[in-house]
Design a protein around this ligand. Structure first.
Ligand code: SF4
Length: 244
């Protein structure tokens, strides 16, 4: 691997406003090319698993909430399998609450922290039945009040289940947004708030899927592939010391 050194740049160096239309167009075009390449090679890997589950269950909010919770600290392919297995037996809050916690955990296995998630899901099901008639609320504050639901989960549920605007910030969105100099933030929550200020609303819903794919393939955590990057001219490469 040929490593290219890049002097460390200070946060905030990228002073110009990001050219969002050009950035998003370049990323969309890159994704289309990747999908064509994968299809030609017979590779069916596609969107992140929560999006796939959302499509499969026709954007049913309960299914989206369950799969989003299972997806935390879990690989996409595992999320997909255990979400479908759990939702077959627990397709509603009432159905999940009828299962013993140990059975919910067994169905959720091997998702990360599956026992903790099983306990949270039973508590969530009880709250939804008691306070919302068994429905999932389409409201950020109400979602954040549920056990085990943070901003990433709440945003993803609002986006995928209710088609509402939200910005889901995970490690990839946080890393790429800071490296590029689009934001200068310490936590994913700060990144979300900064992007809410800067990113045009029409791009909020789609930015997560694009940057997750980009972060998994090109803007990798260690030694990103800057030589092949389609948004290189929009990136300040803050903190990037070794690249390929
Ligand atoms: S230039 Fe490098 S650090 Fe910047 S977005 Fe592209 S791959 Fe990531």
């Amino acid at each position: 691997m040929a490593a290219a050194k890049n002097p460390r740049r200070r946060a905030g160096e990228n002073k110009r406003a990001p050219q969002w239309d050009l950035i998003l167009a370049a990323l969309e075009s890159w994704r289309r090319d990747l999908q064509k390449e994968r299809a030609a090679a017979g590779n069916t890997a596609g969107d992140p698993s929560v999006s796939t589950v959302a499509e499969h269950y026709r954007r049913d909010p309960w299914a989206v909430l369950v799969s989003t919770i299972l997806s935390l600290r879990t690989k996409d392919e595992v999320t997909l399998v255990c979400s479908k297995r759990l939702l077959e037996q627990a397709g509603s809050p009432a159905a999940l609450l009828a299962l013993p916690e140990a059975e919910v955990a067994r169905l959720a296995y091997p998702a990360g922290f599956y026992r903790t998630k099983a306990a949270s899901l039973r508590k969530i099901a009880a709250i939804l039945l008691k306070e919302y008639g068994g429905a999932v609320p389409a409201d950020m504050d109400a979602l954040l009040a549920l056990p085990g639901v943070g901003r990433k989960t709440a945003n993803l549920v609002l986006i995928e289940a209710f088609d509402l605007p939200g910005i889901c910030v995970d490690v990839h969105v946080h890393r790429i947004s800071n490296r590029s100099g689009w934001v200068s933030s310490k936590t994913p929550e700060e990144t979300e708030m900064a992007l809410r200020e800067k990113l045009p609303k029409k791009y909020w819903k789609g930015i997560n899927a694009l940057l997750v794919l980009y972060g998994q393939n090109l803007c990798r955590p260690v030694s990103p592939f800057c030589s092949r990057c389609v948004i290189k001219k929009h990136c300040a490469r803050i903190g990037v010391e070794t690249s390929r």
